[in-house]
Design a protein. Structure first.
Length: 368
């Protein structure tokens, strides 16, 4: 496929309520949305990088720079491009996986739209509806947390994930178990907030029958996770540490995790995400789809990925209204505890012109 140009849009969307994790509080989501223009039609990519480099080293201003200065000019210099060529072509630029993922997503969308094939079909989805989990931020008090969890359960979410950090771990988990019972699928996410020295504290979560504990230790501490796995009963799931199919294979071989969270942006795109799915499936390691407060664009692609056979645990694929009063696309709505997998060409959803205008703070065209 030939590419005419790329448009980079900086988008700012208010969140329905502040979202607090062990690395910060978000009240608004700032992100980049990329549109690729081709003679066969446009395609959309969403970049999951945040405003500040707190979850990963990538951040919006840095992504904007690397896109304009290196990645986009390189792709524009090619006679023709297709989604599987993007990652190998851009491999010489170290890192910047979220930036690369957004470009691959846009090109994949344009390509699939022109071929009349959906993301789900192209990735190998086997279901048309995926169960939704919801991620619940750190709160100021246990009663406030219980109210939030109660409303998500009432809405129909089938799995609850509690964000934890030192000082907010065993008590909230115990309170949720006491109030909502042992049947609720419950897991926790530490976003690297602990060290191996905290093993005795983390072992106190063992009696609560959690599905998993996500990324308790530093992202580079893969061996530490293997050691921790020997000291606690709750299964360890890695998120930040898994940046490629290779790192997933390494972590599994070292015994650092028994479950993997796959976020396409973190690993450089949907095609690498599928390779991680394949590696994990080959090792009987369950995977689930992570979320990074995506708009309807990224959500559509995540839902398609979550429909692959190895995604045996509910993902952070909540409805649009979990984070946004109005979405960039028609909203994803919770039905039967999950979301329908879009089946139209490409992402199967389009940004609504008015919304895009409303939330865009800057738009730039990068041409050949
Ligand atoms: O449902 O989109 C969602 C959010 C799920 O908790 C969630 N994401 O650490 O997994 C995470 C966390 C996150 C959000 C990470 C934003 C980075 C940015």
């Amino acid at each position: 496929m030939k590419i005419d140009s790329f448009e980079i849009r900086r988008v700012q969307m208010p969140l329905v309520s502040p979202f607090r994790t062990s690395f910060g509080i978000e009240t608004e989501r700032e992100m980049l949305v990329v549109r690729v223009r081709t003679p066969d039609g446009d395609g959309w990519g969403e970049c999951v990088g945040m405003s500040d480099p707190l979850y990963s080293s990538e951040y919006v201003d840095g992504i904007d720079d690397v896109l304009k200065r290196f990645l986009i000019p390189d792709l524009l210099s090619m006679d023709a491009v297709s989604a599987p060529l993007v990652a190998p072509r851009l491999a010489k630029y170290k890192g910047h996986r979220m930036a690369k993922a957004a470009l691959e997503m846009a090109i994949m969308d344009a390509e699939l739209r022109s071929q009349g094939i959906s993301f789900a079909q192209s990735l190998g989805a086997v279901v048309d509806h995926v169960p939704s989990g919801v991620s619940v931020g750190i709160m100021d008090s246990i009663p406030e947390l219980l109210d939030a969890v109660g409303s998500y359960i009432d809405e129909g979410y089938v799995r609850i994930k509690l964000k934890i950090e030192p000082g907010w771990d065993v008590d909230p988990v115990r309170a949720v178990r006491e109030r909502f019972g042992d049947e609720v699928m419950l897991q926790v996410d530490a976003n690297t907030a602990y060290t191996l020295g905290d093993a005795p504290q983390l072992a106190k979560l063992d009696p609560f029958g959690l599905l998993l504990i996500e990324q308790p230790l530093d992202e580079e501490d893969v061996l530490g996770h293997a050691d921790l796995a020997a000291r606690i009963k709750t299964p360890i799931c890695l998120d930040e540490s898994i940046v490629s199919a290779r790192s997933a294979a390494d972590a599994i071989r070292l015994g650092a995790c028994s479950i993997v969270n796959i976020k396409p942006g973190r690993v450089g795109g949907y095609l690498e995400a599928r390779r991680i799915h394949d590696v994990c499936a080959a090792h009987n390691v369950p995977v689930w789809c992570g979320g990074m407060l995506e708009t309807g664009l990224g959500r559509a692609a995540n839902v398609a990925l979550a429909a692959l056979p190895g995604f045996t645990l509910p993902g952070d694929v909540s409805a649009s209204d979990r984070f946004y009063q109005v979405d960039l696309t028609e909203p994803f709505v919770l039905e039967g505890g999950g979301l329908h997998v879009p089946d139209g060409p490409g992402l199967g959803v389009d940004p609504l012109e008015e919304r895009l205008k409303e939330f865009t703070v800057r738009a730039e065209e990068v041409q050949r």
